[in-house]
Ligand binder design. Structure first.
Ligand code: SF4
Length: 222
């Protein structure tokens, strides 16, 4: 079960959920209501090996709320996951991290300049958060969105791989996600300027050569 939280400090040019940029656009829900819904699926999670994922937006915009959901799910014996850019990693308390089984960590670029261009923010907090996850031994899947002409420079990818090296013991997979145009309608509906309108999805060869860069570092790549 994926729960999308509204509010994000980043403005990724390729975001496919721009309707989650602002917290006020979301629908207010009580923690207890969410936990009630989660409880209903407990047996399904058990039978399928599933669990919950808090996504967004950025889950760490609402750390107290997210922390209570994660603690409640853990208390029910349910697998917990957060999907984050790590930019607000400092908002995650040690207690909260203790209730997380898996982190999907987006590393959107390996160099500062491209990171800023893609997200409007800095790369350093993501690296610091990854270092913390590694120190705590929390399983992590790293995700990298491949955008032709924006993030696909092999040197940029190599720099992402070198950052991920720091976390090797906890990184069980790296996912290279090909850019797609599925968010275009949302950008238009929100009357936001969508700068990647003319960008095409990467060719399969580019996706594979990018995955090979991570494979050369010994990672399991999807
Ligand atoms: S971090 Fe995620 S939700 Fe936030 S702008 Fe980037 S892609 Fe969109």
């Amino acid at each position: 079960m994926t729960i999308f939280l509204n509010g994000c400090p980043l403005r990724c040019l390729y975001c496919h959920n721009p309707d989650t940029f602002l917290m006020r656009d979301g629908e207010p829900v009580e923690v207890d209501e969410i936990l009630r819904r989660i409880r209903r699926y407990r047996n399904v999670f058990k039978a399928t090996g599933g669990g919950i994922t808090l996504s967004g937006g950025e889950v760490l915009m609402q750390p107290a709320f997210a922390g209570r959901i994660l603690a409640g799910a853990k208390a029910m014996g349910i697998h917990t996951c957060i999907d984050t850019s790590g930019y607000l990693g400092q908002h995650a308390s040690d207690e909260m991290l203790g209730n997380i089984d898996l982190v999907l960590l987006d590393v959107k670029s390996g160099d500062e300049k491209t990171y800023k261009q893609v997200t409007g923010r800095e790369l350093a907090p993501t690296i610091a958060f990854g270092d913390r996850l590694a120190a705590k031994g929390i399983e992590t899947w790293v995700r990298f969105v491949l955008v032709p002409g924006l993030t696909d420079d092999p040197q940029n990818v190599e720099n992402v791989a070198r950052i991920v090296e720091r976390w090797r013991p906890v990184v069980s997979r790296v996912e290279v996600l090909p850019f797609h145009q599925m968010g275009t309608d949302k950008w238009d509906a929100l009357k936001l300027e969508y700068k990647l309108r003319d960008t095409r999805p990467p060719e399969p060869e580019l996706v594979e050569s990018t995955r090979d860069i991570f494979r050369a570092h010994g990672f399991t790549v999807h």
